[in-house]
Ligand binder design. Structure first.
Ligand SMILES: [Cu+2]
Length: 381
């Protein structure tokens, strides 16, 4: 119910925005943004945003200004499990449901296709100082993987999935088509064991589009409630609006991705800018520190190193006990073409690093590092 209310509120805001611009919008969101309204009439939505993570929720402002946005991620005291995770700002086709988002991300993680209703993405990593990202106007889901996804025997979850159902009205259309392709993947993750049962019912899901949602959700959930898991993602909705403004802050260097290569231009430091120049695919950069190893040796052995990590076999001898986990020092969020963001990693003078992309093509397939040799070995001067 809460979700329904939130969804409607966002819709209302989006509509009023179309007619009246930023001013009316902020008035309607009054409770949260009243103070900001008074600062600038034309610039109601803030470009400095705090994302709050709790054990079972993610909270963001209902409206964010387009352009360069500074994102601070706060984790509620005592809550664990978000370390190193990524908060994604995912622009979706208006009317896309939370369930479709869950489906899409589950599919993406399984190297499946990324559906067209995922229009753009910018990500920030939970740890570290605030990151600046570029956001284009549109309807967004802001989400993070739920570290608390655990077997439940709880109706409240049905509520959340019902919450998605509400959007139904608007989705009926897109859902069915896309969910048929993806739903199977979906169900296999979100609800591991239910798959069997829900695969049977998956079609119901697509037909949910109509009105049965409540009933069919009710059914599937009930059947599987004993071995169901919590929602795979914690999700909030927001609207990004207004003129795109602002400039990314100066950093210690840039890493640019194209389909499917990196261009690295960095000096020693701790904050860098990642830009995805596309033209088509989503990318990120993940950085691995090989200390004083010869760049040529790293270059030669990296494919075997990555393959070994994927297959769970020992790393090549040349790496002298360095494995993927121990070498990993962090990286950027995932960005769609045309978008940028800052991220924090420590790069030391003299060390050898590898920039690696593990994202798959929109059409599906292996991680870019494996399928397209998308990595770049470099030494910081
Ligand atoms: Cu990539």
């Amino acid at each position: 119910m809460l979700l329904l209310a939130a969804a409607l509120a966002v819709l209302a805001v989006a509509c009023s925005d179309d007619d009246g611009g930023g001013t009316t919008t902020s008035a309607e969101v009054s409770s949260t943004t009243e103070e900001e309204t008074t600062t600038t009439a034309t610039e109601a939505a803030s470009r400095s945003v705090t994302v709050t993570l709790t054990a079972d929720s993610i909270e963001v402002p209902e409206e964010i200004g387009a352009g360069v946005v500074e994102v601070t991620v706060e984790v509620e005291a005592g809550v664990e499990g978000f370390e190193g995770s990524e908060v994604d700002f995912t622009k979706v086709t208006e009317g896309t449901t939370e369930e479709e988002l869950q489906d899409a991300m589950t599919s993406a993680v399984e190297a499946g296709p990324i559906p067209d209703y995922i229009e753009a993405n910018a990500g920030v990593v939970v740890d570290g100082p605030p990151s600046a990202v570029t956001l284009e106007p549109g309807s967004y889901f802001v989400w993070i993987e739920n570290p608390g996804a655990f077997p439940i025997d709880d109706v409240s979850d049905d509520t959340s999935s019902d919450g998605t159902t509400d959007d139904t009205s608007s989705d009926g259309t897109t859902d069915d088509t896309s969910s048929d392709g993806t739903t199977d993947d979906t169900s296999s993750d979100g609800t591991t064991t239910d798959d069997t049962s829900s695969d049977g019912t998956t079609d119901d899901t697509s037909s949910d589009g109509t009105t049965d949602d409540t009933s069919s959700d009710g059914t599937t959930d009930d059947t599987s409630s004993e071995d169901a898991v919590g929602p795979t993602l914690l999700v909030a909705e927001t609207t990004v609006s207004g003129e795109e403004e602002g400039e990314l802050p100066e950093t210690d260097g840039t890493i640019i991705s194209t389909d499917h290569e990196f261009e690295v231009d960095v000096e020693a430091g701790d904050t860098y800018t990642f830009t995805n120049e596309g033209p088509d695919e989503l990318h990120h950069v993940q950085l691995f520190d090989f200390a004083d190893l010869d760049p040529a040796v790293v270059e030669e052995n990296l494919p075997e190193f990555l393959a070994a990590a994927e297959e769970g076999t020992p790393p090549p001898d040349a790496f002298d006990g360095i494995d993927l986990q121990s070498a990993f020092i962090g990286g950027s969020g995932v960005f769609s073409p045309g978008l940028s963001g800052t991220f924090s990693v420590p790069l030391e003078s003299g060390n050898t690093y590898a920039a690696v992309c593990f994202v798959s093509d929109r059409a599906g397939g292996p991680p870019h590092a494996i399928g397209h040799d998308m990595f770049e070995v470099f030494q910081v001067s």
